[in-house]
Design a protein around this ligand. Structure first.
Ligand code: ADP
Ligand code: MG
Length: 596
């Protein structure tokens, strides 16, 4: 019962977080060599509301990574309507909402603490609650999970309070025994929730998923609803631009498509058909902003985001140049052959790729992982991989690169892979586009006919190849030594711990890791954590021999996918759903990868 929690904490009050060695030897009657808080491991039962507090991990000392606890409620106890359990997308949106309620409550309490110096939750001696704090996307998260219809649970980290190394049992009771109960009541008891907001959250996610599922039957790669707000508040903020300055999205007549929301309402907006599409227009007229909205259209956005009705094919991948990245045995021969020194481009390996070779590898790896739409911005590309104009063709005879402009049509014809590309200055692309959309002061216009007549007036010499060439199909094998306890330290960086801290003090070892900064479609650090966790499993799975990328993409055992709930068996509360594409992309960037 709950009293036991208070008793337990009272009994360890004033004891040592970790027992000093001397004490351990002399007094074996003391509770073993574990720190006093370890005594809390296990379950405590609360009544009204009925829930179980499960203390799963207790930190070794006050400075170690925080303790992990869960509050598990019987579903019926919450009073939440059963309709929220009816599909994966509803469960995801519900749990996402609950996480947000918790996160904002914790934030408010911490603020309160700082302002008034009392009444808040985090003491100067630790005691801070934490829950993974979500951004603009509604995603599967292990911070709140439901197993179907029996239970729903919240997962937190807590730094258990101490003065130096002395346990502060009273304060710990305030946190676990009092504050946690309040959190559970306010975030999981239906009567206490903002029910309208919850309903809107779930409906919004459901509508987006429904629109996305209609893309294929309409032969579209993306859809942008009229009235959408695409630009963000600033380069550093993902919240929408202030409505006073924004030009809401307005579809050109000729590209108008009507789709149905999950609730049956019609939505009209711009459909981007499959094929080769150019987004063009003057500098600063909103090209990149449109492409960025499209690249994040693989996710569902929260109500009020402005991009709640912008949806994109789940298999669309943003591609950019990434010079300096490592590449392991990727077939880049469609784009590059005859490298100086006779370097093999069917199995291209390097520690330090150039702009063009990195971009070619990025395209080929994306295709290997099942990409159906390439999303490219001239701003972040290697120009020589995109085009090669007539003058350069005649000047440079031994150019090893065949640019994408010569391949984009073949890629679509042979493999059904579309391209959406932002082009401001490379007019050769007009020759291969099915569709040209021009942005004029943020307003899109259909320019295909005008582009055709420009092509006639100023012919260019794009030498399109009839075939695209081969797609890579690697058997990846991860060297376990190269992947020791990976963990995400930032959204875009997974660190690889050196085997032992006492090992040779090699500074390069400390920084060793997987750089994810070119993965523009990663939105939260929790996704990088999920990737890090999955990489460990993949490494073990591949230890006895290579596993084809296709098998990694299809494996059911892996806890990924943004359309499905994460398995409740995942212990950690800080994991967030991610596409397999990004997992394979991270794997491909691991130095010391083997290919068989
Ligand atoms: P481009 O890629 O064409 O050079 P950007 O997409 O980078 O242009 O946009 C230029 C600026 O215009 C950015 O600061 C962006 O936030 C802003 N912007 C983009 N779309 C809109 C819009 N619909 N309404 C208002 N401002 C916008
Ligand atoms: Mg731009």
């Amino acid at each position: 019962a709950w009293d036991r929690l208070q008793d337990d904490l009272r009994s360890i009050d004033g004891q040592q977080y970790a027992q000093p060695v001397v004490a351990r030897l002399k007094l074996q009657v003391l509770r073993s060599d574990k720190g006093a808080y370890k005594h809390l491991l296990g379950k405590y039962q609360h009544t009204s509301p009925t829930f179980t507090l499960s203390v799963d991990h207790v930190q070794g000392d006050a400075y170690a990574s925080p303790s992990r606890v869960r509050a598990v409620l019987p579903w019926r106890e919450t009073g939440l309507p059963d309709e929220y359990l009816q599909s994966d997308i509803r469960r995801i949106a519900l749990c996402d909402f609950v996480t947000r309620v918790c996160a904002s409550m914790i934030r408010a309490k911490h603020l309160d603490q700082n302002v008034s110096g009392g009444g808040g939750w985090s003491g100067p001696k630790g005691g801070a609650f934490n829950i993974n704090s979500p951004g603009q996307e509604i995603l599967p998260r292990t911070s709140a999970v439901t197993d179907g219809n029996d239970t729903i649970e919240l997962r937190f980290t807590v730094s258990l309070p101490a003065a130096g190394r002395t346990v502060l049992g009273q304060q710990a009771y305030q946190i676990l025994g009092v504050n946690l109960v309040e959190l559970v009541e306010k975030s999981l008891v239906y009567a206490n929730l903002d029910q309208e907001q919850l309903q809107l959250h779930v409906q919004t996610a459901e509508n987006q998923q429904s629109l996305r599922h209609q893309l294929a039957e309409h032969n579209l790669t993306a859809f942008i609803a009229n009235g959408s707000v695409l630009p963000r508040a600033s380069g550093a903020s993902e919240t929408p631009m202030d409505s006073a300055t924004v030009v809401p999205f307005k579809c050109p007549k000729d590209l108008k498509v009507e789709l149905l929301r999950a609730d049956g309402m019609e939505v009209s907006g711009m459909g981007v058909p499959r094929g080769v599409t150019l987004l063009t227009g003057g500098g600063f007229h909103g090209k990149s902003t449109l492409l960025e909205a499209i690249q994040l259209g693989v996710y569902n956005h929260v109500p009020g985001d402005g991009r709640e009705l912008v949806v994109t094919d789940l298999k669309a991948v943003k591609i950019r140049a990434e010079d300096g990245r490592g590449v392991t045995s990727v077939d880049i021969s469609p784009f590059i052959s005859n490298l100086p020194g006779g370097k093999d481009t069917h199995h291209f390996t390097t520690d330090d790729a150039s702009g063009s070779t990195s971009m070619a590898a990025n395209i080929q790896e994306a295709l290997e992982a099942g990409c159906k739409t390439l999303l490219i911005d001239e701003d972040s590309s290697a120009t020589n991989l995109l085009v090669r104009d007539q003058r350069m063709q005649s000047l440079i005879r031994n150019e090893p690169i065949t640019p994408l402009v010569a391949k984009a049509r073949a890629l679509y014809n042979h493999y059904g892979v579309s391209t959406i590309i932002v082009i401001g200055g490379l007019g050769d692309w007009l020759s291969v586009a099915d569709l040209v959309i021009g942005l004029d002061s943020y307003v899109p216009r259909l320019l295909t006919t005008e582009a055709k007549s420009v092509v006639e007036k100023y012919p260019s010499n794009v030498q399109e190849t009839p075939d695209y060439g081969s797609l890579p199909n690697r058997n990846l094998q991860v060297d376990l030594r190269g992947l020791r306890a990976p963990y995400a330290i930032r959204k875009h960086f997974i660190a690889l711990k050196p085997e032992a801290k006492s090992a040779v003090d090699d500074p390069s070892e400390a920084e060793a890791g997987i750089d994810l900064s070119s993965l523009d479609q990663l939105v939260e650090i929790g996704q990088a954590r999920t990737i890090a966790k999955l990489l460990q499993g993949i490494a073990q799975r591949t230890a006895k021999g290579g596993v084809p990328v296709a098998a990694l993409m299809n494996s059911e055992a892996d806890a990924i996918g943004i359309e499905h709930c994460l398995p409740t068996t995942l212990e950690h509360g800080d994991l967030v759903g991610v596409r397999r594409t990004e997992v394979v992309a991270a794997l491909s960037r691991l130095r010391g990868l083997h290919v068989s």
